[in-house]
Design a protein around this ligand. Sequence first.
Ligand code: SF4
Length: 335
Amino acid sequence: MSKLLEVKNLRTSFKTHLGEVQAVRGVSFHVDKGEAIGVVGESGCGKSVTMMSIMRLLADNSVIESDGIIFDGEDISNYSEKEMEKIRGDKMGMIFQDPMTSLNPLYKIGDQLTEHLIKHKKISKKEAWQKGIEMLDLVGIPSPEKRMKQYPHEFSGGMRQRAMIAISLICEPNLIIADEPTTALDVTIQAQILDLMKGLKERLNTSIILITHDLGVVADLCSRINVMYGGIVVETGSDEDIFYRGRHPYTWGLLNSVPNPMSEMKEKLVPIEGQPPDLLKPPNGCPFADRCEYNMKVCLENQPPLFEVGEGHKCACWLCHSDAPKVESPIGREE
Ligand code: SF4
């Protein structure tokens, strides 16, 4: 498969009155065409800031640096705001957690749905309206002709999320970045929205980056997973590498804190104790050291590199060094 997006050594910081917050500290990853990847981690780990940096949607006090952001063969890291605006409307779509913050309450759904289409695809209002109806139908909104003329407050939570997905998809972007798209929804609607995204990926060959704090949500949709902590990727691998052969103590913690999405059995869930590091003063060593029961002297002094632990499976933990003591994985998940 060929790469649609490649992010090289992304660093994002925010200038605040307290100092510089180093929210993303050297993140690299790629997404293939037609592939869905998951980015998981607790809030504040840098997952949303990473994606907002790629789309250049951050506030003015942010500083975004990288060794390149290659999208569809072009390095977009130095694109002007005007060029980025075109990419955002046309080739990259974003779905946010709360559609009410991204839908304008003053405009009809149909107008919001067709706005980008008229602007970026240069088609007539009439054609765009018809495409809008088809798109609402595609995302499972009944009576789409009637719904086009309604305002966001006339839609239920699940319907608004579907409308957001329709808006993100209407220009047929190559990439959709979905940031906690189902967190505010009940489990039934959550399952429907995930099924919908899966279907669209298969039908339109759209690539998806799904950002979530919930490993259960990525299990069904994503073939690869990046686990983020303290502004870096601490483990990356296939869904099976992460669920069954996870090597990082933070990944173990995450897996033990959510029900196993691949098992019917009831398990005892254990929250991860402690707090994430202060990114105003990031530690020199492993960012998870304060919360890690396995930490060693080297962990406090040096940030571990991403060790190759399997094909396409990498882990930033000193336990993966060949001289490290052998530690049994406590996750006990069977393939
Ligand atoms: Fe724990 Fe050390 Fe591994 Fe960090 S590098 S996760 S502190 S064992």
